[in-house]
Every structure is written in C-alpha cells, then in structure tokens.
Design a protein around this ligand. Structure first.
Ligand code: AMP
Length: 304
C-alpha cells in the first residue's frame, strides 16, 4: 500500500476569537479547536485540517498554518462570515465566561474528507456536533486509532448522538467537569468507569493546570501539567494537548498504552508552550528542539 498523504486527519472548529484576561484584551485572533490541534500535531506528523472558514478569513491566518506545514486540502471556504467566539477569564484564569458566539458559516458546516485523508491511520475528532463527528468517522477507511473530544454543550443537547460516536472511538478525552456532567459522578475514577462502558478502550480526563489521567479498564496513568512560571492565555490548551498527543502517537506508528503515555508527555509540553502566548503566537515560533529540551526536563520532574 502507498503511504497516505496525511498521517493524521483532524476535524474541528475554526474561530476568530476575542479574549480578555485580567491583564490584556485581544480581538480577532486565530482560534478554534482544529487550529490549535493541527498546530501542535504539526511538530511530529503531517496533519490534514478539516474545517470551515468564511470569505472574510484573513490571509495571514491561513499563511500561519501553511508555514507550519499543515495540509489544508480539507479546509472549506464558504461565502459568509467565519465563526467568532469571545471569552473572558476570571482573576484566577481557571474559569471563564463566554461573551458571544456567532456561528456564521460554522452553522451549516458539513465536514467532507478529501480522498487522501480517508486513509490516514490516525483521526482526531475535535469538538464539533457529535453527528458531524460521526459523519467524518463514516468517511474514513479503517483508521488505526481514533480520538474524540467534546464539550458541555453536546453533553447537554446531543447526548445520544455523542454516546453513539464515542462507542466507535478508541479514546475519549474530556475535562473533569465534563466527565462529571456526563456521568453524574464526582469522582474521576467513577466517571471514567462509566465512560469506558460506552466502548472506548481509553478515557483521558483533563484537569487543566493539574494535568491529566488516562484510564483503561485495568489501570490509570497520572501526568501532571508542566509547571510554568507564567502564562498568558489558556484558550485551546486542551486542543493543543490532544493535537500534540495525536501527532506524537502518529509519529510513533503505535497505538498501545505505553505509546499513548509517551505521547501524553509531548501533548502536555506542546500545551505548555501554547499557553505562553495568545492564539498560535508561541507555537508558530516554536521548534522541535525546544520541545525535546522541555520534554527531557519534564520527564526528570516526573521521575520517582
Ligand atoms: P477551549 O479553550 O479548549 O475550550 O477551546 C477554545 C476554542 O474553541 C476557541 O478558540 C474557540 O474559537 C472555540 N470554540 C468556542 N466555542 C465553541 C463551540 N461552541 N464549538 C466549537 N468551538 C468553539
């Protein structure tokens, strides 16, 4: 068989964000789950982006993706306005409120995979409506490993669709609060048990600055977040983490538990760089050597 053009297909939202933190406000910056995820994955693997933008989408944002060698064949440009989202962070930077959501062309988005992407061995179903995630999955040809992400909105309004697609994936990732919302369980271990019953072999619960927990039916693996002196904007950290993880896993060619644990370290380090600046501003300047140096430091911190 010939090698697929992309190792990893990623679908998700593309947004133009307005973000307020306690010290800074930034308007009309590049965001969206697939944007963060592809940027992080691009350090390790050839990622193909599946998403939609409007005709108002700035050329420099597209250029930033191209500079990172992200494949854009799966990117649709549709007459109308790009999805816009605004959020404001509270003093502690942990909690945030959504200020506005203007769906624009995202409202009628139907993700279609270019022929080349259908054979990609790795697939990351980023945060979009679960019916659309299923539509993407159904277009693929026997991927080796599928990760799915979601958010509270879909748990509240489309839980049946979500359960159906989760059951067809190898791994589910969600925040601790989303795991609680889905299962009604406060304990992450109890929540993970229920989520594993939906079908995935792995459940990855993210705990923001406190790291993440990888559950299987047999065991759990704990990884702290890389400790940063300071960070500017946590938007998209979960997508950066998951994108980095999937990129590193795709580069390994493996899908076993040990490979996933190693890939989590890369995801975590990618996310730690991502939050140092707004949008993709730190990731576009980052190189693989800086990642490897931080990975080595991080592994030393975790050694017992
Ligand atoms: P996160 O910090 O992981 O929640 O990701 C934030 C990114 O998700 C932002 O860049 C937004 O553009 C995007 N976003 C916000 N709301 C939604 C939504 N309802 N559906 C899809 N993407 C969204």
């Amino acid at each position: 068989m010939t090698k697929p053009v992309v190792d990893l297909t990623i679908v998700g939202s593309i947004g133009i964000d307005t973000i307020e933190t306690p010290t800074e406000k930034r308007e009309e910056i590049l965001g969206g789950s697939v944007s963060y995820a592809c940027a992080a994955a691009s350090f390790f693997a050839h990622a193909g982006m599946v998403g939609v933008v409007g005709t108002d989408f700035p050329a420099e944002f597209r250029a930033a993706w191209s500079q990172m060698n992200i494949d854009l064949e799966g990117l649709q440009t549709v007459e109308g306005k790009t999805f816009r989202w605004g959020g404001v962070y509270h003093e502690n930077m942990d909690n945030r409120d959504t200020l506005f959501t203007d769906l624009g062309v995202f409202e009628t988005f139907s993700p279609e995979l270019p022929e080349d992407y259908k054979d990609a061995p790795y697939l990351f179903l980023g945060n979009i409506h679960p019916a659309l995630q299923l539509h993407v999955l159904e277009q693929t040809r026997d991927p080796k490993f599928v990760l799915i992400d979601t958010m509270d909105l879909w748990i509240n309004i489309a839980k049946d669709d979500l359960a159906k697609v989760i059951g067809k994936c190898d791994m589910l990732t969600l925040n601790e609060s989303e795991a609680q919302l889905y299962t009604g369980e406060h304990s992450p271990t109890q929540a993970a048990k229920k989520l594993l019953e939906l079908g995935p072999e792995y459940v990855l619960i993210k705990k923001g600055g406190n790291g993440s927990m990888l559950f299987t039916k047999e065991d759990v693996f704990l990884l702290h977040a890389y400790p940063l002196d300071d960070f500017k904007d946590p938007t998209g950290a979960g997508d950066t983490f998951a994108g980095g993880l999937m990129g590193a896993l795709a580069a390994s060619g493996k899908t076993d538990k040990e490979a996933i644990r190693q890939a989590m370290v890369y995801g975590s380090v990618a996310a730690s760089f991502g939050v140092e600046e707004f949008s993709l501003e730190r990731l576009v300047k980052l190189d693989r050597d800086e990642i490897e140096i931080r990975v080595a430091e991080f592994k030393e911190m975790c050694r017992i």
